[in-house]
Design a protein around this ligand. Sequence first.
Ligand code: COA
Length: 362
Amino acid sequence: MSEDFSPGLEGIVAVETEIAEPDREGGQLRYRGIDIRELVGRYPYERVWGLLVDNDLDSAMPEPGPYEPARLTGNAPSDLQAETARLSSEWKLGKLNEISDEQARADLGRLSAQMMAIVARSARVADGHPDPVPDEVVAKGKTAAEKFLLRWRGEADPKHARAIDTYWICTAEHGLNASTFSARIVASTGADCGAALSAAVGALSGPLHGGAPAYVKPMLEEVAATGDPEKWVKDTLDSGKRIMGFGHRVYRAEDPRSRILKETSRELGSPQIEIAERLEDAALAELERRHPERPLKTNVEYYSAVVLDIAEIPPPLAPAMFACSRVAGWSAHILEQKRTGRLFRPSARYIGPAPRSLNGDS
Ligand code: COA
C-alpha cells in the first residue's frame, strides 16, 4: 500500500468544520462547543436542530407544512429517500450554487420538518393505516418527538417521547460520517438540498452506518434465549461475524452517546437493560482479548436499540429514526459546504490490467 492511499479515507482530513467535535480520546461529543450531556433533557430536539444549523438555541426546526406523500410503501428508509428526492421537484428547489445562504437555510428547514412527517406517515402505513392522523390531533403535541408519535400513532406516551427525544439529540450530528460525507459531496456539486438529503438517507440505510440497531434487538433476544452471553459472543466471533453495536471508526474511548442512552434506558425502565448489560460485558471482554491492539467499545447503536425499543420502535424503522435525527447534522453540513466548500474530487489509483490490445498485441 503506498503512503498516499488510505482505504476508507481513514485519517484523511477532507473538510474543516465548526459544527461538531467528537473528542476521540476523551469520549465527549460537543455540538457547536456544547457537550451533549448539557442538552439532553434541557432542550428538545428541534432546538438542538437550531443549535446545529444556526448556532442558536433560540432557533428551531420549523413545523412541517401541508404535504401529501405520493406513494408510501411502509418501508420507511426507502420511502424517505424517494419522497425527499421528490420534494426537490414538487417544491421546485433551487440549485445550491444559484440560491442564497438564506434560501438554502429555509429549504433545509422545511425539508427537515417534512422528512420527519414522512417517516411518521410511512410508519403508520406499515402499521396498516394509510389514512393520516387529523392535524388537530397532531397539533396537541408540544415537541417534535410528541408530534412525530401523534402523527404516527395518534397518541404520544410521555415515556416514548422522552426516549425518542434523547435518541434524536444524541444522534443529531457526528462529523464527517458516511451519510454526512454523502450529503456534502452532493452539495459540493451545487445540486439542491433535496438531492443532498436524499443521498444521505441512502448512505445511512446500510448496517455498518445507521442500520445496526435493527440487528441489535434480535441479537439481544437471541442471547436472552440462550442465557449464556459469554458463549454466544465466542461462537459469534468464531464464526467470523461481527457483534453489532461495537467498534467505531472515530472513538477509541467509550462512545459518550452510548453512556447517555444507557442511563436513559435504565431511568425509563427498559426490560432489556439487564441482558444488554450482560452481553455488553461479555462482548467487551472478548473483543479486548481478541483485538488488544484496537479498542472496540460499545457504540451509539447498541443502546440506541434499547432506547428505541422503549418507544416500541420496530427494528426495521431504526434507520429512518436515525435519519430523522441526522437531518440536523446533514442540514448544518450542507450549509457549511455551500459557504466554504469546494467540489469533491478524490483520486483513484489504477491497478487494473496493463495496456493491451483487442488483437492480442501488447
Ligand atoms: N465485532 C467483531 N469484530 C469487530 C467489530 C465488531 N463489532 N468491529 C471491528 N471488528 C474487528 C474486525 O473484524 C477487524 O478485525 P481483523 O483486523 O482481524 O479483520 C478489526 O476489528 C478492525 O475492523 P475495521 O472494520 O477495520 O474497523 P473500523 O474501525 O473500520 O470499523 C465499524 C468500524 C463500526 C464499521 C466496525 O467496528 C463494525 O463493523 N461494527 C459493527 C457494526 C456497527 O455497530 N455499526 C455501527 C457503527 S456506529
